[in-house]
Design a protein around this ligand. Structure first.
Ligand SMILES: NC(=O)c1ccc[n+]([C@@H]2O[C@H](COP(=O)([O-])OP(=O)(O)OC[C@H]3O[C@@H](n4cnc5c(N)ncnc54)[C@H](OP(=O)(O)O)[C@@H]3O)[C@@H](O)[C@H]2O)c1
Length: 340
């Protein structure tokens, strides 16, 4: 793209965003959506934009307004704002005049729980300063409340975590509470989409047969379509400030490794086995984050009743009537799962 194209593109996006503010957004309560071009925030932004009766307007945060996803949001009526989560000035600007915000952090782009915590603290402080009426913080358990660092059933990682991408989020809950921000703490679940994007799909073994390899034993795992997290968040915003101060968990279903493999097999028309391995073997796979995920699955296994119990299916459906089961998600997305 040359300089002129880029200037015209930016002008067009500004025009669309300005138009959105002038027409649809004027009397609506603005929700600033972080990760609006991603899975969770995208689900929320599109759920609001698809609802012509919505009391809310979307302010979509991205680092790149010229991306296809950002342009699609602007075309549908979102105000697109270019902000990096690590820029405190931009963060404050993103919340000016807003009613609420959806806050999510992005562990897998930097692998640092400390950075997630610094971002969450900055978000909580900025939300307080902006006087937001309702915030949703996308969080997970601090697994050290279940498995202290002294418990050697799994290794301690990065010096002070058991499951870094959970623990940093869970520990960050306190920033919202301490700042006195009206926050719903949203416990998310394992995405079905990981079978497409996170390399977790079935792989061919030496016998040529497809199998899912997970260290879950025979326990069930709470799972969800990533987009449904955002749809649930919309339902929670619609319920309003009565949801502030509450911790709620969401899932589309709870599935064992065998149930996942059977559903996958039915969807792709090929037999898929379930290869249950010990967590230590998963940790040794060597890809970036394998130790973190190995510990996560061990936590999911050892505390399955608690973890799944907190992600109640009836509550989830009550805030998102379109909640997808793994089977209904597979009908739509099964073809996209790479079969290694
Ligand atoms: N995979 C799972 O099963 C699972 C389950 C529960 C929770 N989670 C958590 O979900 C989080 C990721 O959320 P997601 O899956 O919705 O993300 P995603 O689909 O990977 O999308 C990433 C989003 O982050 C935005 N982003 C990245 N860095 C940014 C920055 N520095 N400033 C502003 N925006 C930034 C991107 O926006 P632009 O590129 O447009 O700027 C994009 O919208 C992770 O922390 C992960 O631990 C994952």
């Amino acid at each position: 793209m040359n300089l002129h194209d880029s200037i015209y593109l930016k002008a067009a996006i500004n025009f669309l965003s300005f138009n959105a503010i002038q027409t649809g957004m004027a009397n609506k309560k603005i929700i600033t959506v972080f990760g609006a071009t991603g899975a969770q925030g995208g689900g929320l932004a599109h759920a609001i934009l698809k609802d012509p009766e919505s009391e809310f307007a979307v302010r979509a945060v991205t680092r790149d307004a010229s991306s296809e996803k950002a342009k699609a949001l602007a075309e549908k009526g979102a105000e697109v704002i270019v902000v990096d989560i690590d820029d405190p000035v931009g963060l404050r600007k993103s919340l000016e005049g807003a009613y609420g915000a959806y806050f999510v952090t992005f562990f897998w782009s930097h692998f640092s729980a400390e950075r997630e915590m610094a971002e969450a603290k900055a978000m909580a402080d900025a939300a307080k300063e902006a006087g937001l009426k309702h915030v949703i913080w996308s969080t997970l358990e601090d697994t050290r409340e279940y498995i202290p660092l002294s418990d050697d059933r799994m290794p301690t990682l990065m010096g002070k975590y058991k499951v870094p991408h959970f623990d940093g989020k869970g520990e960050s809950n306190k920033f919202f509470t301490e700042a006195g921000v009206p926050t719903t703490f949203l416990l998310t679940s394992f995405y079905y989409d990981n079978f497409i994007y996170f390399g977790m799909g079935p792989k061919k073994g030496e016998d040529g047969k497809l199998a899912l390899t997970l260290p879950l034993g025979d326990r069930k795992l709470a799972m969800i379509a990533a987009e449904d997290i955002g749809k649930c968040a919309y339902g929670i915003f619609k319920r309003g400030e009565e949801m502030a101060g509450k911790t709620v968990g969401i899932a589309g279903g709870h599935y064992s490794g065998n149930e996942m493999a059977n559903a996958l097999g039915n969807a792709i028309g090929q037999e898929v086995g379930y290869n249950k391995i010990p967590p230590a073997v998963y940790r040794s796979f060597g890809f970036p984050g394998a130790d973190d995920l190995g510990n996560m699955f061990q936590f999911n296994h050892d505390f399955a009743d608690d973890f799944n119990g907190k992600r109640d299916l009836t509550f989830s459906k009550s805030v998102n009537s379109e909640m997808k089961t793994f089977e209904t998600w597979l009908e739509e997305y099964g073809e996209r799962i790479p079969l290694g």
